[in-house]
Design a protein around this ligand. Sequence first.
Ligand code: GLU
Length: 283
Amino acid sequence: MLTRFAPSPTGDLHLGHAYSAVLAHDAARAAGGAFRIRIDDIDGSRSREEYVGASLADLTWLGLGWDGEPVRQSARLGDYAAALDTLRARDLVYPCFCTRADIAASLSAPHGPSGAVYPGTCRDLTAAERERRIAAEPHCWRLDTARALAIVGDLIWEEQGQGMRTADPLAHGDIVLARKDAPASYHLASTLDDTAMGVTHIIRGGDLIAATDVHRLLQALLDLPTPLYRHHPLIFGPDGKRLAKRDAAASLAAMRAAGVDGRALAADLLTGRLPTGYSLQMP
Ligand code: GLU
């Protein structure tokens, strides 16, 4: 068994991150397996090096040791580009020149699990027009989800202990695989990384359950193995809202500074015991 914890270095880790890391770490250790860290740092404008060190220090404070060096997404851009080339060669991705405002203004854009569903404006541009605009305009690359799904057929994945789930990638529309401002999207990078790192069990927050629809499709297209999944409840704060990186009181750094025993906290989280006022809920 190999599990992972994949923080984005865009802020301080909070109690919810600790819960996720503790579950993934414990599952691996209980099975005599490995636990690895991935740093999701392809978002150059939001990632900060200081949060990489701070996140690793938080994990150490919790008593969670990891195997090998943390993997950095920023060091794996070549892999993401290669996968995109493969999909491009199969005519499964297309350049999209729309701005957020263009998409928001489109009356036909319904809402899907990952925001507004792209209305497909750029899907049917001619090859000549694509080439002309690629040279002149910022663009992202989108997956032609319907075409991809027609190739791979029905997709299922296993939610550990709860049986098989049917993936519904169409509900997400034509998702972005390479962003205007970053060489890969979370979906593409995470799917490729999990295979490259040998992850067998993905243990992560229930907010990402819908993302699994997309990851399962990418696995099928790129001939990657499908891990087992376990999506856990999230921690909600005393205000009844899901914890966010801006909630300073729930940050692990604040708890550490206040003299909280990290190992005792990790042991409590493992059994679902939370500090007063916090609760576990599926989003
Ligand atoms: N960096 C992602 C996050 O913090 C990781 C998601 C995942 O575990 O796949 O949400």
